[in-house]
Design a protein around this ligand. Structure first.
Ligand code: HGY
Ligand code: MN
Ligand code: MN
Length: 416
């Protein structure tokens, strides 16, 4: 397909205004967002996105996992659409750009095509994937995982949050459970624009990340059972302290990741201590380990080493332990031709760029299993994300959306 003209660009002001408008929905307490999946704020953000898409002349599809599909017709209605999108749900202390830039960057492409009366052979569909974050309902990328056939829909519907509310019930409650069967849609290609959520692009002074791979992940939920007891009157040799077990396993997770450098990470981000009273020795701790690596062998070895060494820690403290995998995907290699479309778009547009491995997981990691897929990344300030202080520049947002624009319409085939 002919490459789009070098001077074709999106409207950076309109994109930025839309980002700021969406950021008003589900405000955090420190300038970011708390628009968690399947909350009323999530619903409000979906309504705003839907209104904007309809104003841009799109039809909106909705499947049984609440995935949204805003379609702009091509000249060939039978051609498989080019999909572009990301997610609108956020972390509880999330930023304004994680996921949102990819959804609204996709919308900005359609708005620009309308302005310039650009037609493409293939239709273009902008998507909002439900529950990418996996913070309220594990695992991350839940709905794109069902779409890609990695999770059963009934299993997804039965996932429960910290208050015991089921995913399927909450999706129905907010009114965003569609009728469309999940995964029936076939794609010509899928592109996702996302902030890097790491420090590399800014440190290397590059405007664009051409994402060639994504690292793999294991989420292991560990439950330690000890015995509640008085923190004052219980002698040290009589304690069965689940909190001490969690502390020692936290150190083990860190050691395992450090022993697998370069290219491995490990942490415990979520933990619950019971009864969580300041003068009760914790009788129960539940926490989730997050291991990641672009190297499948290392990723597998990290999980295996934890499962081999954690029992000795539990036994030494008299704790019983269970380990339940609650999230996993192998390292990802994105589609060569889609990656090339991204790289040549950056070159044509004159943006500095470098190949990059995504440290974070994304819906594209699952969609890559059912359609040719690639990602575009832009820097974020200090590489900070999953923090309300997450920040990008208007120029970085525009550069990322310009590259996405060119890659998408080149793949969709501009009709003169
Ligand atoms: O966990 C992740 O990598 C993504 O932000 N959900
Ligand atoms: Mn994201
Ligand atoms: Mn995220």
């Amino acid at each position: 397909m002919a490459a789009p003209a070098q001077n074709l660009r999106i409207n950076p002001e309109r994109l930025w205004d839309s980002l700021m408008e969406m950021a008003k929905i589900g405000p955090g307490v420190a300038g970011g967002n708390n628009r968690q999946t399947l909350t009323d704020f999530d619903s409000a953000g979906r309504h705003l996105f839907q209104d904007w898409c309809k104003a841009a002349g799109c039809t909106m599809g909705l499947d049984q996992m609440g995935n949204m599909f805003a379609r702009r017709e091509g000249t060939d209605p039978d051609a498989l659409p080019v999909y572009v999108g990301s997610h609108l749900d956020t972390q509880p202390t999330g930023g304004k750009y994680d996921g949102v830039l990819g959804v609204l960057g996709g919308l900005e492409i359609l708005r620009t095509m309308n302005d310039l009366d650009i037609k493409t052979k293939h239709p273009i569909v902008v998507t909002n994937w439900t529950n990418e974050e996996g913070t309220r309902y594990a695992p991350a990328m839940l709905a794109s995982g069902v779409f890609a056939g990695m999770h059963e829909q009934d299993w997804a519907y039965d996932r429960v949050d910290a208050e015991g509310k089921k995913f399927g019930d909450e999706l129905k409650r907010i009114g965003w459970r569609g009728e469309e069967k999940v995964g029936d849609r076939k794609m010509h290609a899928f592109f996702e624009l996302h902030i890097e959520q790491g420090p590399i692009l800014e440190a290397e002074d590059k405007q664009i990340g051409v994402v060639t791979h994504g690292q793999g992940l294991w989420w292991l939920e560990v439950t330690l059972i000890g015995k509640d007891a008085h923190t004052g009157s219980t002698p040290m040799n009589m304690r069965v302290n689940a909190g001490l077990g969690m502390a020692r396993m936290t150190e083990l997770v860190h050691t395992i990741a450090m022993d697998n450098q370069p290219g491995a990470v490990g942490a415990i981000g979520q933990c619950n201590v019971y009864p969580n009273s300041r003068n009760v020795i914790p009788g129960k701790c539940v926490f989730t380990i997050d291991f990641r690596s672009p190297d499948l062998e290392k990723l597998t070895a990290m999980r295996a080493r934890f499962e081999a060494e954690a029992p000795a820690i539990a036994d030494a403290l008299g704790l019983t332990m269970t380990i339940e995998p609650v999230g996993h995907f192998d390292p990802v290699t994105f589609d060569e031709s889609c990656v090339t479309a991204v790289r040549s778009a950056a070159e044509r547009l004159g943006y500095s760029h470098m190949d990059l491995i995504s440290g974070a997981g994304h819906d594209a990691c699952w969609i890559n299993r059912v359609a040719p897929t690639a990602m575009v990344m832009c820097p974020c300030v200090d590489g900070l994300s999953h923090n309300e202080a997450e920040e990008i520049s208007k120029e970085w947002a525009a550069a990322g959306a310009d590259v996405l624009f060119h890659a998408v319409i080149e793949t969709a085939g501009v009709v003169a």
